[in-house]
Write a protein that binds this ligand. Structure first.
Ligand code: E4P
Length: 221
């Protein structure tokens, strides 16, 4: 499973990219608005930091404007993936854009049927929102499991991008369920790498080393 970061914060993206584990980035209008910066500039800066698919979402909701906006954002950088909402007009815009070899990530997906429709219009990614389903007392992860099963049976090439990840267990469960990608918020990456036994173990290794080795006449680090 590939790791994307779900963020429009340049410092956060830079930090996690420095770990060498990032394959891409997803943004959405809320995340971009939170940064209060020019959309195009933010997307282009992200493209310089991460060499992989960078999702940039359109804000229009009628087909012609979605296509126009999608085409425009796709010119910002070769790695831009146009993000469209999973609504009827989004499907039509997805079909038009993918027929021109523009990659599309269909977002706000909450059911297998929606995902099947997205796949049928050539979406490169479909983004099921796990956390928002959990929020309404539905099992978000079972959507990922169902999608992995259905896409495999149907030999669908569209990648399942597990989104709306709220905690580290969502990441592990997405991998177990067969998601191709998980897009993960910055604080969850920090939680994923942290383990008290790693910190404790490292502290002890270094203390033991320093206790003996540094006292040797010809010590080397
Ligand atoms: C996905 O691409 C979305 O940006 C994101 O995962 C939404 O997550 P949220 O439900 O935490 O806002």
């Amino acid at each position: 499973m590939k790791f994307f970061i779900d963020s429009a914060n340049i410092e956060h993206i830079k930090e996690i990219a420095s770990w060498g584990i990032l394959s891409g980035v997803t943004t959405n209008p809320s995340l971009v608005a939170k940064e209060g910066k020019d959309f195009k500039q933010v997307v282009q800066q992200i493209c310089e930091l991460v060499n992989g698919p960078i999702s940039a979402e359109v804000i229009s909701t009628d087909v012609d404007s979605m296509i126009k906006e999608g085409k425009e954002v796709s010119t910002w950088h070769k790695n831009v993936v146009v993000k469209l909402p999973t609504i009827p007009n989004g499907l039509a815009a997805c079909k038009a854009l993918t027929s021109q070899n523009i990659k599309v990530n269909m977002t706000l997906c909450f059911s297998v049927n929606q995902a099947l429709l997205c796949a049928s219009v050539g979406a490169t990614y479909v983004s099921p929102f796990v956390g928002r389903l959990d929020d309404i007392n539905q099992d978000g992860m079972s959507l990922i499991r169902d999608l992995a099963q259905v896409f495999s049976i149907q030999k669908i090439k569209t990648e399942i991008l597990s989104a709306s990840i709220r905690h580290p267990a969502h990441v592990m469960d997405s991998a177990k369920a067969g998601a191709h990608v998980a897009t993960i918020p910055y604080p969850i990456f920090k939680q994923m790498i942290q383990h008290p036994l790693t910190d404790k173990g490292l502290e002890k290794f270094l203390a033991d080393w320093n206790e003996v080795m540094l006292k040797m006449p010809s010590h080397s680090k």
